[in-house]
Design a protein around this ligand. Sequence first.
Ligand code: PSU
Ligand code: MN
Length: 305
Amino acid sequence: MNYQNYLSITPEIEQALKEGRPVVALESTILSHGMPYPENIEFAHKVEEIVRGEGAIPATTAIIGGKLKVGLNADELELMCKGENIAKASRRDVAVYLSNGQTAATTVATTMLIADMAGIRIFATGGIGGVHRGAQETMDISADLQEFAHTNVCVVSAGCKSILDIGLTLEYLETFGVPVLGYQTENFPAFYCEASGFGVDYKVKDAAEVAQILKTKWDLGLQGGVLVANPIPHEYSMDHKVIDKVIDQALAMCKEKGIHGKATTPFLLATIKDLTGGDSLASNLQLAYNNARVASRVAVEFSKK
Ligand code: PSU
Ligand code: MN
């Protein structure tokens, strides 16, 4: 393998990794395709500040100028937040966009694989992709799940949105041997809502416990990721009934317009945001900040191992 030629890591992150200091990967699809401008750029800076406040170094990833970027400067963050024609890169897109120079935001799958190449083990996001509702017919299963199956990165997320079939998503993770750890909870969260009606495999009490599980798993050579399910803070958790109705509406619009493939998730995210008049955005920001906080604590504990 010769991926070093394609990686562009900032000197600060490179140094931190060399010295074994905590680094937290952050994705850019949440910026380019998950939030509007200018809220996304404020978010991008604030989430990095939160990571630093916890004693870790933030590493936002993207594909820019034929490079896998690990750590973005202010101009690059602005580009990912404001730029037009920013593609969305999941695993299958990576080689193409590196070759043709297309600027692309990285999904959970791609951020995991870039983090792994750079040697970053902890990653904070909002929500992961998963098995879509109706996947029995469409076969629409996010590549995020296969990435968990074989890439050694721990992802802290607020579960996943109920645009997905959460039960099938959890079944898929079980089949591929991915531990799902509830951060101080027995409930698998549904992004905007602190509970989804599904449970987690294990409840963990703190970041140190997560770090110990990661060390043990990877010491054993058990390849693959770990999902830390971190619920949205109670005060920002939205009413199930409100959000379920909006999601049903968004799904119906998606079907009606014949949207499929990689456009599905961005369409659903944008439609939910429009239908809730931006209410959901405040919750989205808060849950992502909370994930960054927990991921940073896990990274700090893991760096002591
Ligand atoms: N779900 C969200 N917010 C997001 C995404 C999913 O609630 O921003 C993004 C993530 O980057 C995730 C990607 O990795 O969408 C999944 O896309 P797909 O379903 O096309 O694999
Ligand atoms: Mn898909």
